[in-house]
Design a protein around this ligand. Structure first.
Ligand SMILES: [Zn+2]
Length: 459
């Protein structure tokens, strides 16, 4: 995230303020005027070394002010999409009314289908978007206006973005209608607190928990739809996609990553994603990685969190579901099987097992294996605000540096991907542990962000 770039590029003047139905937002008085937005390159002075401390503080303050404007603009955009949803739903209702008023003529379509097609084509033509996109917009708007009013309000007030709202609609739609309201109650606060990617994952977990049909039953039905497909891509490429039971997909992907990571030599010019793709092709076509023979004996290590009671065969309804690292909730049947029989899957009881090392104090810098696994379960991803990179590929950072008396303890350690690890050491982003695994971040311009652990573990 390049804050200085955003500041200099903020297209504030392009917002159609005069026509925006949110006149209460003080855009005209937005604190952009007078600030050195056009001369923002001054912000980019490396490390502020050529600036006096006071000048650097002024620039940080200026960034903070521009960020306030940016947040306000995003809020207005979200709010406008709420008005758009209301208007789109109005088109749907009017088309429906027109159709039911018309004398029935047998044209092969029911009044409902006719109305839906009319609404979609009207919107598609007027907005110059595809009919498919228009149909999606109309359907999402109908769900927001008629069935998810709290989400529509959150959108109108700019507390969630349209992308958050459409994920919520999408997940709700996969539940029976009777469960929509309780899903909305549980999911909306998550949408207000998370990035789009983080929310998508969380919304899926919430949905699993609320589905009236058990995950075991749904999983058995879904496993019948497993398949492999090839789709042509551009420029001589193609997509090979497999629709697999989650534990197989995650296990295969993790093994690809482990083999691909092992191929990183001094003269290796391929990126990790490129190596992963090459390894996949080699393994499927030849059985091993051709040039190095790599792949033999490499096993994926995937963590499966299982509530202790599930493993004893007496799961209670209040138990958190079992969960597969990098995926989310899985059926207790699958979790129990993986935990007992699959060597690639490391079992983690969600009640901490006795003997897990949580702290080695100041005795050594290196993080012992037990504590590494424990931290991987707690963090799941890089802990920088909004980052979704998997903890398994991230560094474990001493929050207070080792040379500054920081200890090798769970409450002084957190996963940071290499990009954010460097960011922490090279910029004025600051972080401290706030207890219970939560981290509090302070940006260079002084804004505060809190990131929560994926799993709260007793320590
Ligand atoms: Zn990160």
């Amino acid at each position: 995230m390049s804050i200085s770039a955003q500041a200099s590029a903020a297209p504030v003047s392009a917002v159609p303020v005069d026509t925006a139905p949110v006149s209460a937002v003080p855009v005209d008085t937005a604190p952009v005027g007078g600030l050195p937005v056009d001369t923002a390159p001054v912000v980019a002075v490396p490390g502020g070394t050529t600036m006096s401390a006071t000048a650097a503080a002024v620039v940080d303050g200026a960034i903070g002010t521009v960020l306030d404007t940016l947040v306000e603009v995003e809020r207005m955009i979200a709010s406008l999409t709420a008005y758009r949803a209301v208007a789109l739903d109005e088109v749907r209702r009017l088309a429906r009314a027109a159709e039911s008023d018309r004398p029935t003529r047998d044209r092969g379509w029911s009044a409902e289908v006719t109305a839906r097609r009319v609404a979609a084509t009207e919107v598609s033509a007027a907005l110059r978007i595809s009919e498919r996109e228009a149909e999606q917009l109309v359907a999402d708007s109908a769900a927001l206006v008629t069935q998810l009013p709290a989400t529509l309000s959150a959108l109108r007030e700019g507390r969630v973005s349209y992308r958050h709202a459409s994920i919520l609609v999408d997940e709700a739609r996969s539940l029976p209608e009777a469960a929509w309201r309780s899903f909305e109650r549980a999911a909306l606060p998550e949408a207000e607190a998370r990035t789009v990617g983080g929310f998508r994952q969380r919304a899926r977990a919430v949905r699993e928990g609320l589905h009236p049909v058990s995950l075991d039953t749904r999983r058995r039905a879904a496993a019948e739809t497993r398949s492999v497909i090839v789709e042509p891509g551009r420029d001589g490429m193609a997509w090979l996609t497999a629709h697999l039971p989650a534990e197989q997909a995650i296990g295969a992907y993790r093994r690809l990553t482990e083999i691909a990571s092992g191929l990183s030599g001094a003269d290796e010019h391929r990126t990790l994603p490129q190596r992963r793709a090459d390894v996949l092709a080699d393994l499927l076509i030849d059985g091993i990685v051709a040039e190095s023979g790599a792949g033999r004996g490499v096993r994926a290590t995937v963590l499966v969190s299982v509530p202790a009671l599930t493993l004893l065969g007496t799961p209670s309804a209040s138990d958190a579901p079992s969960s597969l690292e990098g995926y989310g909730p899985i059926s207790s049947e699958v979790a129990t099987r993986l935990a007992a029989h699959a060597p690639s899957f490391v079992r983690v009881l969600t009640h901490p097992e006795t003997g897990t090392v949580l702290s080695v104090g100041r005795e050594r810098y290196a993080v012992p294996r037990d504590l590494r696994l424990w931290l991987r379960v707690r963090d799941e991803t890089c802990r920088f605000p909004g980052c979704g990179r998997a903890a398994v590929n991230a560094d474990i950072d001493h929050t207070v540096d080792w040379q500054h008396e920081g200890a090798t303890r769970h409450d002084n350690l957190a996963h940071l991907c290499s990009s954010h690890h460097q960011l922490k050491h090279r910029t004025d982003w600051r972080v401290h542990h706030a207890g219970g695994g939560a981290l509090e971040w302070r940006s260079p311009s002084g804004r505060r962000y809190r990131t929560e652990p994926a799993v709260r573990l007793a320590s």
